[in-house]
Design a protein around this ligand. Structure first.
Ligand SMILES: Nc1nc2c(c(=O)[nH]1)N[C@H]1C(S)=C(S)[C@@H](COP(=O)(O)O)O[C@H]1N2
Ligand SMILES: [Mo]
Length: 373
């Protein structure tokens, strides 16, 4: 076993069940476990959709275990396994390489989970598990090429410095990509977020960034990259992040971000219910739309079930969201507002739920209740 392989892997019998969560889905009240996860993993407030680049403190966060404490001076990235040349890079080595800065929209695959009926028990996201930061880093492909990947290497395993127990399995947070996916030019090792060093909660000092994919692929606190000659079977790869209809796997793996649009909730909120109150007259509705499967081709706004096209801005980047807007002539009374996007693959957001056991990829169209006065 090489030093790149997981040292402390224990699988209990509980690990053989496919649910990464504590129990099955529920229609009951929010549990204290969900509350703990919600407190640690915060959303982007939807009013931040007004900005192309999400300020770092408003970007959503999803951290499975604890945020590791890392000393950048002694930290290094190890690249090994099925390579002809093992490499160890310091942060300075990585920062000395050609730098790229680009906006990328990240979204948690669990975004929208708590809206599913019944609701899978995990981080109970409503709709805000998304954000677009301007990331600075260096492309991964040339680094992998310089390590001399073996001909029989099939995947790269990206392991974070964070460590814990999930579904009865104790291991670091680790995810793999096929060699072809890892070599895509947009895949980067990033050390900067919105012009500053990565904050601790977003992966300091270095994270992987896989544009177009749901967030779990973008491993934070990157410690090692290991080329392997067989499929990686770690928990976060083989058990979590699958589209399933029940506890039994394997199901289809969660990969790219499904098309979604969101709107800035118009008017003013009621503190406790968050219901919206809007003055009658012209109201500028705005939001953002994105997809990991292609460009956004169309955004529509539904007012009480009637769909109208919104104006679409150019995307903030090749892998970043597009702004949209539409003027609504608000008339007094109760209204139901929705938005939906279609991408260049032809995928369109639905207004009914497409349920799955882990609550992944729920891109059902947002619904906003508004009282116009
Ligand atoms: N090492 C490590 N990387 C990780 C995670 C984690 O818990 N540990 N969470 C993943 C998930 S599920 C998501 S959605 C994104 C969230 O990135 P952010 O917290 O920077 O928004 O990080 C991913 N990378
Ligand atoms: Mo996630």
């Amino acid at each position: 076993m090489s030093r790149y392989q997981l040292k402390h892997r224990h699988r209990s019998t509980a690990a053989t069940q496919a649910s990464p969560h504590a129990g099955g889905p529920s229609s009951g009240p929010l549990t204290s476990e969900e509350l703990q996860l919600a407190g640690r993993n915060h959303s982007m407030p939807l009013e931040a959709l007004r900005e192309d680049i999400t300020p770092a403190g408003l970007h959503y966060i999803l951290t499975h275990f604890d945020i590791p404490h890392i000393d950048a001076e002694t930290w290094s990235l190890r690249i090994g396994g099925a390579v002809s040349r093992e490499i160890e890079l310091s942060l300075d080595d990585i920062m000395a390489r050609p730098a790229v800065t680009t906006p990328v929209t990240l979204e948690c695959a669990g975004n929208g989970r708590s809206l599913l009926k019944p609701r899978p028990l995990s981080t109970p996201w409503v709709l805000g598990a998304v954000g677009t930061a301007s990331w600075t880093g260096t492309p991964l492909a040339p680094i992998l090429a310089s390590s001399g990947l073996a001909d029989d290497a099939v995947e790269l395993v990206f392991t974070g410095a964070d460590y814990g127990i999930q579904g009865g399995t104790e291991e670091p947070f680790a995810r793999s990509l096929t060699v072809a996916e890892a070599m895509r030019p947009e895949v980067m090792l990033v050390y900067g977020m919105n012009g500053s060093p990565l904050p601790p909660q977003h992966g300091f000092p270095l994270r992987l960034l896989v544009p177009g994919w749901y967030g779990m692929a973008s491993v934070k606190w990157l410690a090692s990259i290991e080329a392997v000659t067989g499929r990686f079977e770690g928990f976060q790869q083989a058990v979590a992040y699958h589209y399933l209809q029940g506890p039994e796997g394997p199901g289809l793996p969660v990969t790219r971000i499904r098309v979604r649009s969101l709107m800035v909730p118009p008017g003013i909120p009621d503190f406790f219910t968050r219901k919206r109150v809007v003055e009658a007259g012209p109201v500028m509705l705005r939001g953002r739309a994105w997809s990991g499967h292609g460009e956004i081709e169309r955004v529509e706004v539904g007012i009480d079930g009637e769909w109208m096209p919104a104006n679409l801005d150019p995307p903030a980047g090749d892998f970043a969201w597009s702004g949209w807007s539409m003027v609504w002539l608000a008339t007094p009374g109760e209204h139901e507002l929705r938005c939906r996007a279609m991408d260049s693959s032809g995928a369109l957001q639905q207004t009914t739920q497409v349920w799955n056991y882990q609550g992944m990829g729920n891109n059902m169209a947002q619904l906003v209740h508004v009282t116009v006065r």
